[in-house]
Write a protein that binds this ligand. Structure first.
Ligand SMILES: [Zn+2]
Ligand SMILES: [Zn+2]
Length: 401
C-alpha cells in the first residue's frame, strides 16, 4: 500500500469513526443532562413504592447477534409513568443492526425491541391518560423534554434539547442497568406520554409492528400528500416495505414494488401493489425511468440510491427510511442530479402520529402479515430476517420469556 493509500484508509477510518461519534452525539447521549432529576418524585403510586421492577427477557451480551435469556431490573414506577405488562414484541431489522454494533459500539447486556404491546398494570399518581387494564403500545422512543417546539408539536423524535430517548441502548441514569432496555421482555416502565392506546378492534399481535414499521412508513407517506392515482414506488419489501405498500395503496396510489426476492411477488400483489419489479439486476430499473411521483426506500443496507431514484420523475420526491451500517449511504451525485429528485430521509414519527397510524390501520383493515414465535425462536427468526426470509414480521409471544 502506498503512503497515499494509507492516508486514504486512515482518513476513511477517521471519517467513519467521526460519523459514528457524531451519530452517538446526535442520538446516543441524548438528553442525559435533562434526565435523572425529572423523576425524583416521592415514590410510585403502586407496585412496591420506590422499588425497582423485576423484568425478564432476551438480551444481547456482545455483538455476535445471538440473544440469551436475562433477568434484570427496571426503574421504579414514577409519578408520570405507566407500567406495562408486555404481551407481544415484534422483531425489527434495527434490533439486529444495533445489537451487532452496525451503528456503533453498544453497551451490553442490552434488550432490544421497539414494537411493544401489552396491558397497563400500574400508573403513577399524575397519569390521567391511562388506567390499569388499558391496552397500550410503546414504539421507538420513551422520553424527551416535552417542552421545546418540536416536542410540543408532536415531533418528539426531533427534540431540540437533544432529549429524545430511544427505547433501547441509550444512556438513562434512571435505569438500574444504565441504559434503556427494550421490549423483548416481560414488562416496561415508560413515561405515559410515550405510550399509545391500542383499540379493541386491533389484535395485540397485529398492533405490535405498527409501532415502528407502521409509523416509519406512514409518516413520510402522509407527508407526501398523495393524490389518488399517483404512482408510488416502494423499494425493499420486508417489514417496513410491506406496510408501505398497504398504506400507499390505501391512499389510492398506484403502487410499484421493487424487490430482490421473486418469491415475494404474489404476496406483494395481494397487499395491493399494481406491479412488482424484481430487481435481480439494476438494469431492471431502466424501463421504469422517471415513471413515479414518489418513492420510499426501506432498504437497510448500502445500495445504489441513484439507480433507484432514477425511477422517480424530475422534481418528484424520494424518501429513505432504511438505516444502513454506520447510518451511511453513498450517493452517486451525477445519478441523483440527472434525475433531479428531491432526496430526503425520515426518522420514525412523533407520538400523536403514532397514535394516528394505529387508528388508521385499525379502522381501515390494514394488518401487517405476521408470524408469532416463542422467545426460544428469536435467534432463528433473526437469521431469517437477515436472509430476507421473513414474511413479514416476527412477533414474539412475551408469555414465553
Ligand atoms: Zn424498528
Ligand atoms: Zn424537546
Amino acid at each position: 500500500m502506498t503512503t497515499n493509500e494509507n492516508d486514504k484508509v486512515s482518513r476513511r477510518r477517521f471519517l467513519t469513526q467521526a460519523s459514528l461519534a457524531g451519530a452517538g452525539a446526535l442520538l446516543g447521549s441524548a438528553g442525559t443532562g435533562l434526565l435523572g432529576t425529572a423523576y425524583a418524585s416521592e415514590g410510585p403510586a403502586s407496585v412496591a413504592p420506590g422499588q425497582n421492577i423485576r423484568s425478564r427477557g432476551y438480551a444481547a451480551f456482545d455483538n455476535s447477534g445471538v440473544l440469551r435469556p436475562w433477568e434484570f431490573e427496571r426503574r421504579p414506577l414514577g409519578d408520570d409513568d405507566v407500567l406495562i405488562e408486555i404481551k407481544y414484541a415484534s422483531i425489527c431489522h434495527s434490533d439486529i443492526h444495533q445489537m451487532k454494533g452496525d451503528w456503533g459500539p453498544q453497551r451490553y447486556p442490552q434488550i432490544p425491541g421497539h414494537e411493544i404491546v401489552g396491558v397497563v398494570t400500574a400508573v403513577g399518581k399524575n397519569v390521567t391518560r391511562f388506567q390499569v387494564g388499558d391496552r397500550a403500545g410503546v414504539g421507538c422512543m420513551v422520553d424527551s423534554c416535552l417542552e421545546c417546539d418540536s416536542c410540543t408539536h408532536g415531533e418528539e423524535q426531533f427534540c431540540e434539547k437533544g432529549g429524545t430517548l430511544f427505547t433501547y441502548g441509550y444512556p438513562d441514569r434512571r435505569s438500574p442497568t444504565g441504559i434503556t432496555q427494550g421490549g423483548y421482555s416481560t414488562n416496561i416502565v415508560v413515561r405515559d406520554h410515550f405510550a399509545v392506546h391500542i383499540p379493541d378492534h386491533l389484535s395485540f399481535q397485529e398492533a405490535a409492528p405498527l409501532l415502528c414499521a407502521g409509523i416509519t412508513t406512514y409518516s413520510p407517506i402522509m407527508q407526501a400528500t398523495l393524490q389518488v392515482g399517483d404512482k408510488v414506488g416502494v423499494a425493499g419489501i420486508g417489514g417496513l416495505g410491506h406496510m408501505a405498500v398497504m398504506l400507499a395503496a390505501s391512499k389510492g396510489a398506484e403502487v410499484y414494488a421493487f424487490t430482490t426476492s421473486p418469491g415475494k411477488a404474489q404476496d406483494i400483489l395481494s397487499l395491493g401493489a399494481k406491479e412488482v419489479v424484481v430487481v435481480d439486476d439494476l438494469s431492471k430499473l431502466r424501463p421504469h425511468r422517471a415513471r413515479l411521483d414518489y418513492m420510499i426506500s426501506t432498504i437497510p443496507t448500502q445500495y445504489d440510491v441513484a439507480a433507484y431514484s432514477s425511477v422517480v420523475r424530475p422534481y418528484g420526491h424520494f424518501t429513505q427510511v432504511g438505516m444502513p451500517d454506520a447510518f451511511r449511504l453513498t450517493v452517486n451525485n451525477l445519478g441523483l442530479a440527472v434525475s433531479r429528485v428531491n432526496f430526503n430521509a425520515s426518522l420514525i414519527g412523533g407520538i400523536p402520529e403514532t397514535q394516528e397510524v394505529i387508528h388508521y390501520c385499525a379502522d381501515n383493515g390494514i394488518r401487517p402479515r405476521i408470524e408469532v414465535i416463542d422467545a426460544a425462536g428469536i435467534n432463528d427468526a433473526w437469521a431469517k430476517v437477515v436472509n430476507k426470509q421473513a414474511r413479514y414480521r416476527y412477533v414474539i409471544d412475551a408469555a414465553t420469556f
